[in-house]
Design a protein around this ligand. Structure first.
Ligand code: FAD
Ligand code: PYC
Length: 413
C-alpha cells in the first residue's frame, strides 16, 4: 500500500466518518422514548426534533439500525390504493418523498418507474377501474389500460403467461417508484442525531412501566428509563410489546420472503405486479431483479427463507418472462410482516395514556415512512391523532369500522 495512503488512513485528522453518534450510556429520563430504529421510529424522531423542537428523545433498537423490515423490503413506493383514507395518506407520502434527498443531503436513489398491476381476468379489470377512479378523484395519476398498452410498455413480457393466465389489461400508476431502503434509514437517523436525538443500538426494551392508566417508563437491557411518552414502532414484534402493556390488536405475524437476481443489463423500467400469479418485480440501478410474492400462509415469528418459495416465485417469473430461465438468483431473505385483517395500519393514541402505536405495516409500510414520521410526530407532540390517520385508529376493530385495503395490497395474500 502506498505510504501516503497509509498515513492518510491512520491520521487522526481524518477519522472515519460516522452516520450518527455512539452514546455509551442511557440518560435516566427522556421526553420521548421510541422503541424500534426502523424507518418508522427514525422518521418520527427526525420530525419530532425538526418540526416540533422535541430533541430529548431516545430511539432504542434491540439489533441494529434498519435491520428489521426496513432493510429487507423491496422498496416499492406508490399511492394507488383503494380507500379514500389510504389514497390521501399515501399520496402525501409520495409528495414528501420528492424532497427527502435534499432534506437529508443524501442520495436515496429515488427512481420513478411507473407501476403496472396486471389484470388476468375481467373481474380483476373491474377492480383496476375502481382503483383508477378513486385515485383520480383524489388527484392521483392512475389509469386502467388495455393489453396493447401493457405490451408497448413491457415488450419482453409473454402476454399469454405461458397460456396459464393471459393478460387482459392493467392499472397503470405513473408515480410508482423505488428507492434505496438503507439510505432512507440512515438519512432519518443522521438527521435526527444531528438535531440531538440519541440512537441506542443493541438496547432491547424488556418492559413498559405504567401507573394509573398512563406510561411511566421503560425497562431495557441497559437499565430503566423514565418517560411519559412512548412510541412503539416495532413491526413484527408488535404483539410482544403490546403484551407488556396489556393491549391487544388483531395483528398476526407472517414471514414475507423476497429474492434478488444477479445483475443484468437494464431491460425492465417499470415495476410489475401480478396478484394472480403471486409475483412482483423491479430492476434496480445495479441491474438486479428484486422479486417477491405473497406472504407465507401461516403465522410464524421467524425470518427463515424456504426453497418452496424460491421455486414458486421462479416459476411464475418464467411464466411472465421466459427468457429469464438461465438467470441466477443471488440472495433470498425474509422479514416479519405485522398483518391486520383489513390490510391497513394501526396508528395513533391508545387507551394507555402516553403510549402511541405505529404498527400493522405488514407488506406496505416502506412507502409510508415519510408520512408516518410526519403524522406520528404530530400525534406524539400534541397528544391528538393527526387528521390523516383518523381511518387507522386502534378502536376501528372494536366498532367494526374497517379501512379495507386488501384489493390494493401488492400481491395476493
Ligand atoms: P422495522 O424496520 O421492522 O423496525 C422495527 C425495529 O424494532 C426492528 O429493527 C426491531 O429490531 C426493533 N425492535 C423490535 N422489538 C424491540 C424491542 N423490544 N426493543 C427495541 N427494539 C425492538 N413496503 C412497501 O411499502 N413497499 C415494498 O415494496 C415492501 N416490500 C416488502 C418486502 C418484504 C420482503 C418485507 C418483509 C416487507 C416489505 N414492505 C414493503 C413492508 C415494509 O418493509 C415494512 O412495513 C416497514 O419496513 C416497517 O418499518 P418499521 O420501521 O415499522 O419496522
Ligand atoms: O406495498 O407495493 C407494495 C409492496 C410491494 C411488495 C411488497 N409490498
Amino acid at each position: 500500500m502506498p505510504h501516503r495512503l497509509l498515513r492518510f488512513g491512520l491520521s487522526r485528522k481524518h477519522p472515519e466518518p460516522r452516520m450518527f453518534t455512539r452514546h455509551e450510556n442511557l440518560k435516566p429520563a427522556y421526553d420521548v422514548v421510541i422503541i424500534g430504529a426502523g424507518g418508522h421510529g427514525l422518521a418520527c424522531a427526525y420530525y419530532l426534533a425538526r418540526d416540533h423542537g422535541i430533541r430529548n428523545v431516545a430511539v432504542l433498537e434491540r439489533g441494529y439500525l434498519g435491520g428489521g423490515n426496513t432493510g429487507r423490503n423491496t422498496t416499492i413506493i406508490r399511492s394507488n390504493y383503494l380507500t379514500p383514507e389510504g389514497v390521501k395518506f399515501y399520496d402525501e407520502s409520495v409528495r414528501l418523498w420528492q424532497d427527502l434527498a435534499v432534506d437529508f443531503d443524501l442520495n436515496l436513489f429515488y427512481s420513478t418507474r411507473g407501476h403496472f398491476t396486471l389484470a388476468h381476468t375481467d373481474s380483476a379489470m373491474r377492480t383496476m377501474r375502481w382503483r383508477a377512479e378513486v385515485n383520480k378523484h383524489f388527484g392521483v395519476r392512475s389509469e386502467a389500460v388495455d393489453a396493447a398498452f401493457v405490451k408497448r410498455a413491457i415488450p419482453m413480457m409473454d402476454m399469454q403467461c405461458a397460456g396459464h393466465a393471459p393478460i387482459v389489461g392493467a392499472l397503470f400508476h405513473e408515480p410508482g417508484a423505488i428507492a434505496r431502503h438503507d439510505a432512507v434509514a440512515w438519512g432519518y437517523g443522521r438527521g435526527a442525531d444531528r438535531r440531538g436525538v440519541e440512537i441506542h443500538q443493541q438496547c432491547e426494551v424488556t418492559g413498559i412501566r405504567t401507573r394509573g392508566g398512563r406510561v411511566e417508563g421503560v425497562d431495557t437491557t441497559r437499565g430503566p428509563i423514565a418517560t411519559q411518552r412512548v412510541l412503539c414502532a416495532v413491526a413484527g414484534f408488535t404483539p410482544r410489546l403490546l403484551d407488556m402493556v396489556g393491549l391487544h390488536t388483531p395483528i398476526s405475524i407472517h414471514p414475507l420472503q423476497a429474492m434478488v437476481s444477479e445483475p443484468l443489463k437494464p431491460w425492465l423500467d417499470p415495476i410489475i405486479v401480478s396478484g394472480s400469479l403471486h409475483v412482483y418485480v423491479s430492476q434496480t440501478a445495479r441491474g438486479e431483479l428484486v422479486m417477491g410474492a405473497s406472504l407465507d400462509p401461516y403465522e410464524l415469528h421467524s425470518t427463515r427463507s424456504t426453497l418452496e418459495f424460491a421455486e414458486g416465485l421462479a416459476s411464475h417469473m418464467i411464466d411472465l418472462f421466459p427468457f429469464l430461465g438461465e438467470v441466477k438468483v443471488n440472495r433470498q431473505w425474509a422479514g416479519l410482516a405485522d398483518m391486520t385483517p383489513d390490510f391497513a395500519p394501526i396508528m395513533g393514541t391508545t387507551p394507555l395514556e402516553g403510549f402511541f402505536l405505529d404498527a400493522g405495516w405488514g407488506t406496505w409500510g416502506f412507502k409510508a415512512m415519510p408520512v408516518c414520521g410526519k403524522t406520528m410526530s404530530h400525534t406524539v407532540a400534541t397528544g391528538r391523532n393527526h387528521a390523516l390517520i383518523e381511518g387507522f385508529a386502534i378502536d376501528r376493530f372494536e366498532h367494526y369500522r374497517l379501512t379495507g385495503e386488501k384489493g390494493a395490497a401488492s400481491v395476493g395474500h
